[in-house]
Design a protein around this ligand. Structure first.
Ligand code: XIL
Length: 319
């Protein structure tokens, strides 16, 4: 039967993809599914391109971790979403621990973005340039970049990324911006329009879409929200889709999960400028969820024994 990426492409999308991580690549059956381009036409490295891995000391760069997934995508002829250049979390400690002036943090930020984006230039379909810069109430998240540079750090990052990799689509990526809310309004006004008004390129907004059975935006909510973004002239993508449930799994919560995966996929299909869907890994043992949300799990599309969740078929239904 037809598989996720081939169905997504037949429906006019660029890809159906997944995140993956270096430590997951020694399980043969997992890698077979990961590398099957009928199933997945796009990869995102879950961790290897983050600041802590790439620039662990000021001016010291290490691309080895990120290159494992980047090179696998190239070998498999899969698109690569590169993730991410600037984020408050999984940052190298030296960024938070230094005493910065505006001048020297600007220089360090430009150097990080430029060196990293140039390294993978030509390989990235898209870059998540800035990740999670907003609080849920729509104010800017108070991190080292905001403290020292104010919101202009976002302009500095996008400008440097545009110069370093002219071919990559440049994205702002966040969670809780999947339905109309103060936070999604702020993403439109204070990130997308903020950059556009300054003449700085932004090509898309990544809707992470880390959802929970029992509380997630409806199909119509998601469509209206995507359209509010695309009305500004940018693409959207579902970048980190997973749907956690309260353990243990049963027929009821798995059916609820299937409905949510189906609605999110369906929303993307109904919005022309929603370019593709990425799940934040597809195999339950590789999910970040149980480690972060106590009592929750089974958020992905394949169970531990490699049988498929009902949600897999929910997605197929929507496609
Ligand atoms: C997660 C990874 O999956 C984990 O392995 C890591 O320990 C923490 O980060 N939003 C993001 C992703 O943008 O980078 C996060 O990935 C999940 C939430």
């Amino acid at each position: 039967s037809a598989q996720l990426n081939e169905l997504a492409k037949a429906a006019g999308k660029l890809y159906f993809g997944t995140a993956t991580d270096n430590g997951e690549l020694n399980v043969t059956e997992y890698v077979q599914i990961l590398s099957n381009t009928s199933e997945f036409g796009q990869l995102t490295p879950s961790n290897g391109m983050k600041w802590f891995a790439v620039e662990p000391e000021l001016g010291v760069f290490n691309f080895s971790m990120g290159s494992v997934v980047a090179d696998l995508a190239t070998k498999n002829k899969q698109l690569l979403r590169c993730h991410n250049l600037v984020w408050h979390s999984q940052l190298a400690p030296w960024v938070d621990n230094n005493t910065w002036t505006k001048e020297n943090l600007t220089a360090a930020l430009i150097d990080h973005v430029t060196t990293e984006a140039k390294h993978w230039a030509g390989q990235c379909y898209a870059w998540d340039v800035v990740n999670e810069a907003l609080n849920d109430d729509g104010t800017f998240r108070n991190d080292t970049f905001l403290n020292v540079l104010g919101p202009d750090y976002i302009k500095i990052a996008f400008k440097a990324a545009a110069a370093a990799d002219p071919a990559a689509k440049l994205y702002y990526n966040d969670y809780n911006i999947e339905s109309l809310s103060n936070k999604s309004t702020a993403a439109r006004n204070n990130i997308v329009k903020f950059l556009q008004d300054a003449g700085i390129r932004i090509d898309g907004v990544g809707l992470q879409s880390h959802f929970t059975v029992g509380r997630s935006p409806t199909l119509d909510d998601q469509i209206a929200n995507m359209k509010a973004f695309t009305d500004l002239g940018v693409d959207v993508a579902i970048t980190e889709l997973d749907v956690r449930l309260e353990e243990p799994e049963n027929a009821t919560n798995l059916a609820g999960q299937s409905e949510i995966y189906k609605n999110t996929t369906g929303a993307c299909l109904q919005v022309e400028r929603c370019v593709g869907i990425t799940v934040w890994d597809f195999y339950d043992p590789n999910s970040w969820v149980p480690g972060v949300f106590t009592g929750f799990g089974s958020a992905d599309l394949w169970f531990t024994n490699f049988t498929k969740h009902p949600a897999y078929y929910g997605i197929v239904d929507a496609l």
